[in-house]
Design a protein around this ligand. Sequence first.
Ligand SMILES: Nc1ncnc2c1ncn2[C@@H]1O[C@H](COP(=O)(O)OP(=O)(O)OP(=O)(O)O)[C@@H](O)[C@H]1O
Length: 331
Amino acid sequence: MPAIEAKHLRKVYKVYQKSEGLWASVRGLARRQYKTVEAVREVSFKIETGEMVAFLGPNGAGKTTTLKLLSGLIVPTAGEAEVLGHIPWKREHGYRRRFSLVMGQKNQLWWDLPAQESFLLHKEIYRIEPEQFQRRKDELIDLLEVRKLISQPVRELSLGERMRMELIAALLHSPEVLLLDEPTIGLDVVSQRKVQEFLKFYQAEQKITVILTSHYMKDVEALCRRAVIINQGEIKHDGPLADIVERFSANKVISLEFAGTEVPADLSTYGNVFDVQPPKVKLAVPREKIPEVLASVLARYEVEDVGVHERPLEEVIAEFFTQPQEMTATA
Ligand SMILES: Nc1ncnc2c1ncn2[C@@H]1O[C@H](COP(=O)(O)OP(=O)(O)OP(=O)(O)O)[C@@H](O)[C@H]1O
């Protein structure tokens, strides 16, 4: 049985429409006008126990709404979901003890209190045995290197330090499923890497099931082997992360370094010329034309160095997000 299964999930919000102008506002008091927003239209996937899956999509695609549905914070308009055999929106205590949701944009710790006080509160809420609590807390504090900071009010911590405290609070009750919504948002590169390293280690050690949403492809590449892509409330792709670049990018990149100091002027006949730093240049070329272009360029010019690369995941995903309608799989 998969740890997480979503079947045709749909969530429609009814949003009050406020008209412009005083008279329209007065009229609105008598007869309110609403529009519907389909935050999630059709979301189905299965995630096996111990998998760490990236859930990717542009702003407003429906990622957070899906995670809220799987956490039971909201009830779907239609569809079904089971997490560890529980229907999330039934909000059973048994389920609450088995999962955690971490939202990078939301503070779940008490702002004015030291993190250690919030940890104690979590101990009570989740009814964690004192011995287990002490052991887990110590382990997590050491892993995330925050021992010196646990008695300082959360509001005085940096964003990166706060996120590490949020992770401790979320993991104190040893959840089997962890839903991470942008855990590295706004963090500097060093903090980002610390969170990444921790998640990688922790997930491998505890074999927990994780869904990770992130706009940072570095997180995704470091942590996940599979990616589910959502756009406009619908799943657009579900498969190995390694396949994404090949599937969604029709081009590969040829890097060239010419002998001498110049870059030939007529290279654009071969493909899209970019990143010109004479005598180096990059050429984006349709993948099926790579052998032909390489042979021709090497025969015509004196080339010092050459390389063929896939485009970076970051770039391919960004393109997919900005042109979702036009992009079609090339494989
Ligand atoms: N409570 C709500 N009421 C009305 N509309 C909502 C509500 N929550 C989300 N939406 C809308 O549903 C859509 C999906 O939002 P959601 O937060 O799930 O997207 P997201 O993929 O998490 O985006 P981001 O990457 O920006 O966080 C958006 O158009 C959003 O405005």
